[in-house]
Design a protein around this ligand. Structure first.
Ligand code: 2P0
Length: 396
């Protein structure tokens, strides 16, 4: 077979200023701008390979080893936009192969288990649009391409860049100005780290999409959030990132997580994403910051109970004196630290224990299934790793 093949990886991003609410459900146009940190693909990434050729009979998708439907309207919207861009190029240069009319085979894999409870749709749609952008040899910049990823899943547009990323909500009804833009690169502020405490829970309360719709429709607090709270916070957070002002960045991050969850509680009927363990971790983080009399760590929670903690590398020992003490029984620590380094965190706790002025439930770790240790990372990457057989167009 004559197949054109390309592969790309894309990262997970975790919002520090939350996207919650749509003004257009079909185009995934948000009611507020948002900001996120892109996490390292060493720890969390989607790898997607695409093949395109005149002999392929239909569009097909394999996700983590299983064939899945490509029928969702969101995915179809992404494919259509990418094909339209390709068709434009072909129209201006008749020597180009007519890929816009050919079918696509898409094979995609995450390097983290779905059971980790981390939303994989952002990395998934970002990797999908970047891999197709590559096979089609499109020339558009990534802000432009982010608008296509956005139609797949809102938060996916932010996974088109590394470092610190803003999704500007835009004003136009066709979504032409609702796109991701970089705020700062990873290199500008490289020492930002993240620890994800995966909180065990049976099932998510309400899917994000329907949760947002309910909040927009029923919460009065939400109106205050989008009109007055977020616009101001958006500017303040961008400034704190550019100035590498961690304390301000952390305060805004924690407040925004709380504000988003408050609008969930104010929805009717209410939506609960955090559980008792989530709330105990919030209390612990505030206690740690108060103990050091300095904001060294921030929590943030998405549409689920997992805690993402942001902190600077230089404060890791101070933070892990507590976090390792309370969560050493959960798995994940040995991915980054050897036994003696871990022992050292316990010694740090012993050294401060005498001055301890707060109490933590010793069983708090029982609500956490694992810890994922990672840091700020790069945007999508090209890769030679290929998940598709170039002769057959089927998964390797
Ligand atoms: C965010 N979340 O900014 C927010 C914070 C969850 C809480 O983006 O319907 O999966 O696909 O646009 O992007 C989750 O929503 O929703 C999300 P869709 P998405 O990261």
């Amino acid at each position: 077979m004559t197949l054109h093949v390309a592969s790309a990886t894309a990262p997970v991003n975790i919002a520090t200023l939350k996207y919650w609410g749509k003004r257009d459900k079909d185009l995934n146009l948000p009611t507020n701008s948002s900001i996120s940190v892109t996490l390292s693909q060493d720890d969390l990434r989607t790898l997607t390979s695409v093949a395109c050729g005149p002999e392929l009979q239909e569009d097909k998708l394999w996700l983590n080893g299983k064939e899945e439907s490509l029928g969702s309207e969101r995915t179809q919207n992404c494919l259509k936009d990418l094909r339209d861009l390709r068709a434009k190029m072909e129209a201006s240069d008749s020597s180009m192969p007519t890929m816009s009319q050919w079918k696509l085979h898409i094979v995609s894999e995450n390097n983290f288990p779905t059971a980790a409870g981390l939303a994989s749709s952002a990395a998934g749609f970002a990797a999908l649009v970047v891999a197709i952008t590559k096979v089609f040899q499109l020339k558009e910049d990534y802000s432009e391409i982010s608008k296509i990823a956005r139609k797949g899943s809102g938060s996916a547009c932010r996974s088109l860049f590394g470092g610190y990323v803003a999704w500007e909500m835009g004003q136009s009804i066709d979504g032409s100005d609702s796109k991701a833009v970089p705020v700062s690169t990873k290199e500008d502020w490289p020492n930002m780290k993240a620890a994800v405490l995966v909180v065990s829970d049976v099932k998510k309360d309400t899917p994000s999409t329907s949760g947002m719709q309910l909040t927009v429709k029923t919460s009065d607090l939400f109106q205050e959030r989008i009109k007055n709270v977020v616009p101001k916070r958006f500017e303040e957070m961008k400034k704190s990132i550019v100035e590498k002002d961690f304390a301000t960045f952390a305060d805004l991050t924690m407040k925004d997580s709380n504000s988003f969850h408050a609008t969930c509680l104010d929805s009717y009927p209410p939506i609960f994403y955090m559980n008792d363990t989530s709330r105990k971790i919030i209390r612990l983080v505030h206690n740690i910051n108060a103990f050091y009399n300095e904001t060294i760590v921030a929590y943030t929670y998405d549409a689920g109970p997992n805690a993402v903690l942001y902190y600077l590398e230089e404060n890791e020992e101070k933070l892990f004196a507590f976090i390792y003490k309370y969560f050493n029984k959960v798995s994940g620590w040995d991915t980054k630290y050897n036994a003696s380094e871990l022992q050292n965190f316990l010694k740090k706790f012993d050294a401060v224990e005498e001055k301890l002025n707060f109490q933590t439930d010793e069983d708090i770790y029982k609500g956490v299934s694992r810890v994922i240790l990672t840091r700020v990372g790069d945007g999508p990457q090209s890769t030679d790793q290929c998940l598709i057989n170039k002769e057959t167009g089927l998964p390797n």
